[in-house]
Design a protein around this ligand. Structure first.
Ligand SMILES: CC(C)(COP(=O)(O)OP(=O)(O)OC[C@H]1O[C@@H](n2cnc3c(N)ncnc32)[C@H](O)[C@@H]1OP(=O)(O)O)[C@@H](O)C(=O)NCCC(=O)NCCS
Length: 149
């Protein structure tokens, strides 16, 4: 068994449903909100498409009987890779799993010919920023915005 039970998922993996559901619950730019209807199906299709076209990859950490404990979804277009989602189950955090997943995505991106990798992180997500800084990511532009009533 590799470290953390890391596995590269096929586009037919049943775990993609759960991953899409977690992805849709992550806060948006302007704060937490209800999951928009159809989000899970849309994201699941988008993940499947990227895996099938080999423009994307999902690594999952799996415990016991196919229990999802973490995942990373990354995509690559020409020389630029982008981390679309990174998540570790709350009771498994702070054991190096998030960094391990991120580094697996980096390795995949390098093999695809990418020369850099980005992620979209909320400025208040201090934990993710700490994880990223430890792996030598540096902040770039900060998006600003507000809801229009
Ligand atoms: C962000 C996330 C994936 C990190 O996963 P993780 O497995 O806990 O991260 P790691 O164990 O690899 O942490 C790496 C380093 O980051 C820092 N770090 C991580 N969590 C920290 C915390 N709660 N407080 C302080 N530093 C922290 C530490 O330096 C840590 O190394 P150390 O434990 O050797 O000191 C996880 O917290 C998560 O799923 N958060 C919710 C989803 C999310 O915000 N995803 C990112 C969206 S862009």
């Amino acid at each position: 068994m590799n470290l953390f039970g890391l596995k590269q998922l096929a586009d037919s993996s049943p775990l993609l449903n759960e991953i899409a559901a977690v992805y849709c619950q992550m806060p948006t730019d302007w704060g937490a909100r209800d999951v928009p209807s159809g989000c899970v199906e849309r994201v699941r299709r988008s993940i499947r498409r990227s895996i099938r076209a080999e423009t994307g990859v999902v690594y999952a950490c799996i415990a016991g009987d196919d229990v999802l404990t973490g995942f990373v979804w990354a995509v690559c277009s020409r020389s630029r890779a982008h981390v679309k989602g990174l998540w570790v189950r709350a009771d498994k955090r702070r054991s190096g799993m998030g960094s391990h997943l991120l580094q697996a995505a980096e390795k995949w991106a390098r093999a695809k010919g990418a020369t850099d990798i980005t992620a979209h992180v909320h400025y208040l997500n201090a934990v993710m920023l700490l994880v990223a800084f430890k792996l030598d990511y540096v902040p770039g532009f900060v998006d600003i915005g507000k809801p229009l009533d």
